[in-house]
Write a protein that binds this ligand. Structure first.
Ligand code: 8YV
Length: 315
């Protein structure tokens, strides 16, 4: 029997590729010199798409795949998939929740520590001889015992908050409603009020049209000249123009960001700032988690083609 044809929107690790190629006829969109010609040739036969969180599948792509049955996202965020188009065509969508939660939370905490204690600059201080020539490294701000805000107390936000408790921090959160599992945390519905209350504000919301720029100029200014914004969700949750202006002008103390508008190409203004820690969207990027994510992508595809229940459906 012919293997089903699947479209890979972006690269997967070799260990996933080998497994996928054993089961499917894999078409690699990211290797195509001419995407239109590639899709004209292979599009009519594609039955499944395997994509990545940040790449998703636009309506533009979906319309070129008339036999598409399922989109499997390598990531928990599916904001880049056109769900409306999928609903209209009866296309199933899956993601990879849970398996990445702890790693994403860990990176968020690490970014807070690195940025607050100035560890990148401290490394340079040692390596460039400043320690010897200039003496002691400038003093930085502590994190333990201070105030943290978590914007979005879902799976990732909850794990961030759990870790913050270990630093004896005073934790508040914002969400659509107060959560019964948020023991020892203060619910503050309004993101501006949450920011005003916080020294560190973690953005851990699933992105959607409704959350676009939820971290507005007002939220950023409420966090203030001593505050730090940490984003491990999606760039669209933050008004990036307002963020840059606030970082440049001192209205916001600092930021630690794993995601950017237009990534991997980011606004070059970020690179001129020394009060921002930039990371290459790798919060889920451990071997262990990426292996689990790849397996879940494959399990969802296999279940679909076997006519079984999808392990982690979105649609
Ligand atoms: C991945 C992500 O970095 O889970 C998500 O939504 O964006 C990340 O885990 C990404 O999907 C891998 O490309």
């Amino acid at each position: 029997m012919n293997k089903p044809e699947i479209l890979l929107v972006g690269p997967y690790p070799e260990w996933d590729l080998v497994e996928l190629e054993a089961q499917y006829e894999v078409r690699k969109l990211y290797e195509a010199q001419d995407r239109d010609a590639f899709l004209k040739l292979h599009g009519p036969n594609i039955r499944a798409v395997a994509t990545r969180g940040e790449l998703g599948a636009s309506n533009d792509l979906i319309v070129k795949l008339p036999k598409l049955e399922v989109i499997s996202v390598y990531g928990v965020g599916y904001d880049a998939v056109d769900l409306q188009a999928c609903r209209e065509r009866g296309i199933r969508v899956t993601n990879t929740p849970d398996v990445l939660t702890n790693d994403v939370a860990d990176l968020g905490i690490g970014m807070m520590l690195v940025q607050s204690r100035g560890m990148i600059g401290a490394e340079t201080w040692v390596r460039d001889g400043s320690w010897e020539s200039k003496g002691l490294y400038p003093l930085k701000r502590r994190i333990w015992g201070r105030k943290a805000g978590v914007l979005g107390l879902g799976r990732i936000g909850f794990e961030v908050a759990k870790r913050l408790k270990g630093f004896d921090m005073d934790i508040a959160y914002s969400d659509v409603s107060a959560k019964s599992y948020a023991e020892g945390m203060t619910f503050i519905a309004d993101p501006v009020e949450l920011a005003r209350h916080s020294d560190f504000l973690f953005v851990t919301l699933a992105a959607s049209a409704a959350t676009r720029h939820i971290v507005s100029k007002d939220v950023i200014e409420a966090l203030g000249p001593e505050g730090m914004l940490i984003n491990i969700s999606r760039a669209s949750n933050i008004d990036e123009e307002a963020l840059l202006a606030a970082l440049e002008g001192g209205a916001l103390g600092s930021a630690a960001l794993d995601v950017f508008e237009g990534e991997p190409k980011l606004n070059p203004r970020f690179l001129k700032l020394d009060n921002v820690l930039v990371q290459p969207h790798h919060a889920s990027g451990t071997i262990e988690t990426r292996k689990a994510m790849g397996k879940l992508v494959r399990d969802n595809l296999a279940a679909h083609f076997a006519g079984a229940a999808l392990p982690t459906p979105v649609l």
